[in-house]
Write a protein that binds this ligand. Sequence first.
Ligand code: ZN
Length: 316
Amino acid sequence: MTTNSVLISEVGPRDGLQNCQAIMPTAAKKRWITALAAAGVKEIEVGSFVSPKLLPQMADTGEIVRHAIEIPGLEVAVLVPNLKGAQLAVEAGAHKITLPLSVSETHSLRNIRRTHDQVIDEAKAISDLIQTLPEERRPHFEGSLSTAFGCTLEGPIDEAVILRCAERLMAAGCDEVGLSDTTGYGDPMSMKRLIRAVRGVVGAENLTGVHLHNTRGLGLANVLAAYEEGITTFDSSLGGLGGCPTAPGASGNVVTEDLVFMFESMGVDTGIDLEALMATRELVQAALPDEDLYGFTPRAGLPLGFKGAPVPVAAE
Ligand code: ZN
């Protein structure tokens, strides 16, 4: 079942910026996030609470969260690798926290030096922390199944392993799981297959979002396949920020501008003003002059007479 509106979750300030060489100044990040929200973006992953030694680009995440939660109506999301990160996220007041669990254990060990068991223990500890908070201050807690469509170290991951990881994240206390094509290995059919399989074990209501990369140009095709399976939240980054420097044109995340254009053209409401969204590219480019920004729609411009999707009328 498809819906006539979707949620675009902008991950540029996190996934995009953490893959850039240069560090975007804090003031520019704040201006960008404010401008994105003004353009109608309702959820933004604004940073990640990781060691600033590992990712200096994310060192100001606490300050960025405290800025973003002042913007009315904006869902402020952050990535956390462990309990310590979750504690910082809660202190700063983030609305949503995502803990990645790489379904490839080799990748998990190489990347964060943790086995699946150890990541599940972190998930339990984070869930316990959340339960100690008053209900209105509890962030939404998502466990993200990363490298779900294949890993650069292990190749394809056995579906049984992925399903087991999904079940364990839910059992550990996550509110939902997400599917991440971290490596850009997914295709539309594998997208549909895995969404159905994971929903089969966790329930359709507990898998509503996907995080896709456009590494091999299949980003939008994969989005459409996921949308047709009933997925309603799509991660993307403005200008496909953080694209791979060794493969020109192969952007990192799905490009937000092209994603919004696709849905709005299809009559599916995103709530985003495309012109205002594209105008925020100037802020990013000014702050990161050496970074390439991708996207077909910003280059070509909007088609003559383009109106976008009608805003859905709320049911009585
Ligand atoms: Zn990513």
